[in-house]
Design a protein around this ligand. Structure first.
Ligand code: NDP
Ligand code: PYC
Length: 342
C-alpha cells in the first residue's frame, strides 16, 4: 500500500474503513473479536496520518496470517499476579487483543494501587504504539508502553544488527487540551518508513542505516536488502533500545527481537515478542492536579516559541479525517476491497 497521492484519490469514512478492515481480517483468518480490535487500531493510524502503520500494513497482516506464523483466533490468558501486576499470555496471537482482554483489570489495579504493570508475552505487535496508551490519558491516567520487534538495528558501537526498532510510547492527561502523547521508534527511522521510501524511490537522510557491508547508506533498498538501521541519537537511542528489549521481552517472558525464527513461515512479517505497559494514577501524587501541571508545562514551552507538540499533527489530521473522510489512493482502496472479497 502506498501513501495517498494527489492523483486518483478516494475518501472513506473512519467507520467504513474500520468495517472494511475488519472484513479483511476475518476473511483472512482472525476471529471476529480480533478483527474488530485490529481494524480499529489500523484504521485509527490511517485516520491520524500515521501512514507507516495504517493500511500499508494490511498485506503484511494477510501474508502473516496465511503463513500460519500467528494465531488470529488466539484467546489471551489473563493472569492476576499481584496488586500492581497483570500478566497476559497472548497465546501466539496479537498484542492488542491481549491488552483489550486485560484492560479492565489493569485499570482497576492502577486506580487502587496507584500504579499497575501489564506484561504481555507470546504476542505479535505490528502496529503503531500510541493507540495502546492514548486512551489511558483520556481517562486521566499516565501510561508508558514499550514493544520490541525484529532484529534490524545495530547497537551503537557494534558491527551487526541485534535490536528491533523498539518503540516507546507515552501518554499523559493535559487540562484544556488533548493528552500529551509521543510515540517513537528507537531506531533512526521506523522500518515501515524505510519500506515506504524504498517503494517511492526516495533517498534517506544520512545517519539512518548501513548496507550489507556495514557501510553508511542513504539507499533504503540497501538497508532492507541485507543492511540494517542505526539507533537514533547514537549511544543514547541504543541504550533506550536495550531498555525496551529488557522491559518488553525479559520482564514479560517474551522473545528478544533476535530470538524468534520465522524462516519456516514465508510471508511472516509480525514480530513474535512481548510488550510492557505501565499505568500510573496521578491522583495519588502530591501537589497540584497533574493535568493542570501538564497544562502549565505546555504553556511554558509555547511561551518559549514551541509551535508543535508531539501528537499535534495526528490530532489535526484526525479532525480533518473525521470531518472530510480519510483520503486513500484509489488503487489502495480497491486492493482493500479485493482482499475483503477474496
Ligand atoms: P516519528 O519520528 O514520525 O515521530 C515520533 C514522535 O515525535 C511522534 O509522537 C510525533 O508526533 C513526534 N514528532 C515528530 N516530528 C515532530 C516535531 N517536529 N515536533 C514535535 N513532535 C514531533 O515516529 P517514528 O518514525 O519513530 O515511529 C513511527 C511509528 O512506528 C510509531 O507509531 C511507532 O510505534 C511505530 N513502530 C512500531 C513498531 C512495532 O514494533 N510495533 C516498531 C517501530 C515503530 P506526531 O505523531 O504528532 O507526528
Ligand atoms: O516500522 O519498525 C517498524 C515496525 C516493526 C514492526 C512493526 N513496525
Amino acid at each position: 500500500m502506498s501513501v495517498p497521492s494527489e492523483t486518483a484519490t478516494q475518501t472513506i469514512s473512519y467507520s467504513d474503513l474500520v468495517a472494511l478492515l475488519a472484513q479483511i481480517f476475518q476473511r483472512h483468518g482472525t476471529s471476529a473479536e480480533v478483527a474488530r480490535v485490529l481494524a480499529e487500531n489500523c484504521a485509527s493510524a490511517e485516520r491520524d496520518g500515521a501512514h507507516s502503520h495504517g493500511i500499508f500494513r494490511i498485506p503484511g497482516y494477510v501474508s502473516t496470517l496465511a503463513s500460519g506464523w500467528v494465531d488470529g483466533k488466539a484467546i489471551p490468558r489473563v493472569e492476576d499476579v499481584a496488586s500492581g501486576f497483570v500478566r497476559v499470555d497472548a497465546a501466539n496471537g496479537f498484542a492488542q487483543p491481549a491488552l483489550a482482554a486485560a484492560r479492565a483489570l489493569l485499570l482497576e489495579k492502577a486506580r487502587s494501587a496507584g500504579i499497575a504493570v501489564l506484561a504481555i508475552r507470546n504476542s505479535h505487535h505490528f502496529a503503531a504504539l500510541w493507540p495502546d496508551v492514548e486512551p489511558f490519558a483520556y481517562q486521566g491516567l499516565v501510561a508508558l508502553s514499550v514493544v520490541n520487534s525484529m532484529t534490524c538495528v545495530v547497537p551503537h558501537g557494534a558491527e551487526r544488527p541485534l535490536f528491533g526498532t523498539n518503540p516507546i510510547a507515552f501518554a499523559a492527561p493535559r487540562a484544556g487540551g488533548d493528552p500529551i502523547v509521543f510515540d517513537l521508534a528507537t531506531s533512526a527511522m521506523a522500518h515501515g518508513d524505510v519500506q515506504i521510501a524504498a517503494r517511492e524511490g526516495r533517498s534517506l537522510p544520512p545517519g539512518i542505516g548501513v548496507d550489507r557491508a556495514g557501510q553508511p547508506t542513504c539507499d533504503p533498498k540497501a538497508i532492507l536488502d541485507g543492511g540494517a538501521l542505526l539507533p537514533f541519537g547514537g549511544h543514547k537511542g541504543s541504550a533506550l533500545s536495550m531498555m525496551v528489549e529488557l522491559l518488553a521481552a525479559a520482564l514479560t517472558g517474551g522473545n528478544f527481537s533476535f530470538e524468534f525464527d520465522w524462516s519456516k513461515h514465508p510471508g511472516a512479517k509480525t514480530p513474535w515478542t512481548g510488550q510492557l505497559i505501565i499505568v500510573i494514577d496521578p491522583a495519588k501524587s502530591a501537589g497540584q492536579d497533574f493535568a493542570e501541571r501538564a497544562r502549565t508545562l505546555v504553556e511554558q514551552m509555547q511561551g518559549v516559541g514551541l509551535q508543535r507538540l508531539p501528537g499535534d499533527r495526528r490530532h489535526q489530521q484526525r479532525a480533518e479525517s473525521l470531518r472530510d473522510g480519510i483520503v486513500l489512493a484509489g488503487h489502495d482502496l480497491q486492493q482493500l476491497r479485493d482482499l475483503a472479497a477474496q
